[in-house]
Structure formats: C-alpha cells, structure tokens
Ligand binder design. Sequence first.
Ligand SMILES: Cc1cc2nc3c(=O)[nH]c(=O)nc-3n(C[C@H](O)[C@H](O)[C@H](O)COP(=O)(O)OP(=O)(O)OC[C@H]3O[C@@H](n4cnc5c(N)ncnc54)[C@H](O)[C@@H]3O)c2cc1C
Length: 291
Amino acid sequence: MKISADAYPITVEIPYVLSDVSNLSNPNSLIISGGTILQINWEAGVEKPVHLISTEKLQPLKGITETDINGQRYLKIGAAMTIADCLNNQLVQRNASILTEACEKIAAPAVRNRGTIGGNICSKIGDTISVLLVLQAQLSFFNGKHEYIIPLREWLVKPHPPSSELLTNIFIPIHVTNISTYSFFRKIGRRESFTAAIISVAGYLEFQDTIIKTARLSIGGGAHLPCRLTETEKELINGGETTDWKHLNKVIQADFSSYTDPFVTEEYRKQVAANLFIATIKDFLNRQRKE
Ligand SMILES: Cc1cc2nc3c(=O)[nH]c(=O)nc-3n(C[C@H](O)[C@H](O)[C@H](O)COP(=O)(O)OP(=O)(O)OC[C@H]3O[C@@H](n4cnc5c(N)ncnc54)[C@H](O)[C@@H]3O)c2cc1C
C-alpha cells in the first residue's frame, strides 16, 4: 500500500508483510521506524529522501518471544519493537537484564515510546549495541528476496548502502548455566539524565571461584562505532584478584579508537572508559570476596 504525504514531496510505503516491501534497492528511499533519529537529522539539514519505507505495520518485525534455532534457545526481539516495549518486557528482563538497563538509560519516556530497537541498532551509534555485542546477538535482515542471519559484530563492520536491507529481528542466545556470571552496562553523559553518552561500556564475565574464565567487553556511545575490546578481554582471562589494573588501564586505552569534539577530548574519553571498566569489575570482585 502506498500513500502520498501532503506536507512533503515524499511518498511513503506501509507494508504489512515482507513480500510487499519494495524499493529496498532504490538509492532514493529510506527505511523509517520511530523516526526519532531521522527527524533530528532532517532538522539539522540532512536532505530528506524521496521515498520512505515504514516498518510500523510490518508484522514480522513485531513481538518478543523465545525460539529455538538448531538446538540453541534464543530471545527473539522484533526490530519494530519500541525501546519502551523492550524495557517493560519480562522475557528481556529475565534473559537479557543488561539490555533492560540500557533501555532504561535511553532518552526520556516520550522518545522511548516512539524509538525502536531496530532504529537504535541501524543508526550504528545506539546505546543498545554495546550490550548486544557482549550478549553475542545475531541479526536477521531481509534483502528484498530472502532473510539471512548475521552476527551483530560482523554486520557492524560490513559496508552497505543505508536502507538497502531491512533489519527484521534480533536474536540473543539464552544460556542456562550454574557458572557465576556478572554483566554490566554503564553510560557516562555530560549531564545526569536524558543526554547523549560521552561513552558507554558493557561487559559480561564468567567466573570460576574468583578467577575470570570468560570476558566479553564492548564500548560505544557518542559517535563511536561500538566494538568489542579483544585485547582487554585476553588480558582479563585467568585474572581477577591477580590482574595488574595499571597495566589493564593502558591496554583498554589502546584497544579502541576515539575522537575529540568541541566538548570532550579523545584522551578524556579513553581515560573515562578505562576507569569505568576497572572500577566496575573491581567493585564486583570486592563484593564477591565479602560474600
Ligand atoms: C531527545 C532524544 C534523546 C535521545 N537519546 C538517546 C539515548 O540516550 N541513547 C540512544 O541510543 N539513542 C538516543 N536517541 C536516538 C533515538 O531516539 C534512538 O536511538 C531510537 O532507538 C532510534 O529508533 P527509531 O525507530 O526512532 O529510528 P529511526 O529514526 O526511524 O531510524 C534510525 C536509522 O535506522 C534506520 N532504520 C530504522 N529501522 C530500520 C530497520 N528495521 N531496518 C533497517 N534500517 C532501519 C533508518 O533508515 C535510520 O537510518 C535520542 C533521540 C532523541 C530525539
């Protein structure tokens, strides 16, 4: 179904099923979900597209369920679910509590009610991405012909024209384990609330006694392309109480690229990130020792 918007010389298609999605290969068209980022871009002078593909009524992009794929259980989140839907969902709270934490720290309720998790991911700068990286999320995309699944980590560094593929669902593996685990999300902004992040960090650790056996750490926020900190992760394995924190601080700072903007220098961002990771992990180890 196609309608014309009177206010702008833009056509909008509002498909209900994937087979009705056309124009993905059209360079003048753009996918729109909540529109909260696109609206900011347009207000800042970014050129509007000629054609919009709305995800609002696309049923395959709705719902939050558990599902099995090749014997692995996943939490499946439709890309058109809003940040508020994710925040309030019990399956998300139970199986991916750090995603709940991240959603809670995104914008104010009005934006959370409109903005979607799909738009957050496809912006490549959303706060959910660093969390989804440590949760080893996979993404399914519709390319106009069929759907395929790709790890979020691979997709982030894959070059592709904007809106050439439609994000349909997010799959988060569910692991039932007796191992002691700790996961965290921390976001630092220039003000206490409702503000874009200077930096955000996420982590997932598995322990044997007090020794770290698995470490997945990621960084995002601001204009950073979120990424895993692979050298830092290696440095933490078999550490914990014995970790040389001064050395780790240097490893973290060397493990990602940052930038300077009119408000914050690159050095400051790197130092804040290193402090944040180290303080969070040390705090957990201290609490564990006292138990
Ligand atoms: C006041 C304010 C505060 C904000 N604070 C935060 C914050 O704290 N943290 C944060 O992370 N974000 C923040 N945002 C940004 C934004 O609201 C969220 O990232 C939101 O989740 C984006 O989702 P959306 O559906 O509105 O995206 P849209 O604006 O609809 O789309 C964003 C991008 O993704 C593409 N896209 C959307 N859906 C799909 C899809 N299914 N498949 C392929 N491409 C798609 C679009 O083409 C576009 O390029 C804020 C925005 C505002 C206005």
